[in-house]
Design a protein around this ligand. Structure first.
Ligand code: HEC
Length: 266
């Protein structure tokens, strides 16, 4: 307004009115103060919407990290979801109990264990210990690993010479004795592992023993337990060195020793 007036009557020596100015910056101050007309589609976003989108992106990212299956093309292939149970020593006859139990265990494994220990049983370095070739898994009995699966595990653990110190939740409330026996039989007989089948009764007895325990098992404590469920005869014999055995035999009366040796020689 004032600019217009000014240029219209710009008599060269006209005296300025009071408050009037010829400073261009001053004259445009009002114009500069105005915000530009908003352009449709460029309105600023609501802050909450921005926060919501940020949270959504974060969630989507972590979802992908956990469930993308490594973007493998064969992630959902039948062979990944239900890896073929290993052929058992007795051939893979349909009625072989080890093979049957392992087949059931494959499904339990895929649903409950594979996210951490991986479908190939190799785990993840520094995070999740391998089950393939693990000395814990293929031990003669499952007294130790059944405790991990029932109650969970936490604390330093050495597997195949590698150190881990992480946490695994127990499956006491999710899996019944038969499912745990099946999944243990599966991991003991897959990826080249070879060990005996696991009986649901074995799991039941350990479950009873751990009924009052709610915390995850410390591997250092578990390692002190016998590998056989119930600390059975095998553990006792294994603890006897040949020298100890010789000493024990020497204590036998000669005639009993003779019958014993004859018995063994039969
Ligand atoms: C959340 C990830 C996670 C899941 C799911 C999980 N584990 Fe584990 N598992 C671990 C971690 C971590 C350890 C080592 C714990 C430690 O550091 O003390 C472990 C240890 C073990 C061990 C002893 C160490 C070894 O590698 O031999 C066995 C056996 C085992 N898990 C079996 C299973 C079975 C069977 C299932 C499914 C029923 C399962 N785990 C599910 C994370 C997991």
């Amino acid at each position: 307004m004032s600019a217009e007036t000014n240029s219209n009557k710009s008599g060269r020596n006209r005296a300025l009115d009071r408050g009037e100015s010829t400073d261009v910056a001053d004259l445009h101050a009002a114009v500069m103060r105005e915000r530009p007309e908003p352009v449709e589609g460029m309105e600023p976003l609501n802050l909450w919407l921005v926060v919501f989108i940020a949270v959504l992106l974060f969630w989507a990212g972590s979802y992908l990290t956990h469930f993308s299956g490594g973007f493998r093309a064969d992630e959902f292939a039948e062979s990944q979801i239900n890896p073929a149970p290993p052929p058992s020593a007795a051939g893979d006859g349909a009625d072989d109990p080890v093979a049957k139990l392992a087949r059931e265990g494959a499904g339990v494994f895929a649903a409950n264990c594979a996210p951490c220990h991986q479908a190939d049983g190799n785990g993840t370095p520094n995070l999740f210990p391998p089950l393939a070739g693990s000395e814990w898994v293929v031990a003669e009995g499952v007294n130790r690993i059944a405790r991990f699966v029932l109650n969970g595990a936490g604390g330093p653990i050495k597997v195949k010479g590698m150190d881990f110190n992480n946490q695994m939740n127990g499956f006491k409330d999710q899996l019944d004795d038969k499912q745990i026996a099946a999944v243990l039989t599966y991991i003991r007989n897959t990826w080249g592992n070879k060990a005996s089948a696991v009986k649901p009764e074995e799991i039941a007895s350990i479950r009873k023993e751990l009924a009052a325990v709610t915390t995850p098992m410390n591997p250092a404590d578990v390692e002190k337990l016998p590998v056989m469920v119930g600390g059975g005869a095998a553990a006792t014999t294994a603890a006897l060195t040949p020298d100890q055995l010789k000493e024990a035999l020497k204590k036998l009366p000669a005639d009993q020793l003779k019958t014993l040796l004859q018995d063994i020689a039969k």
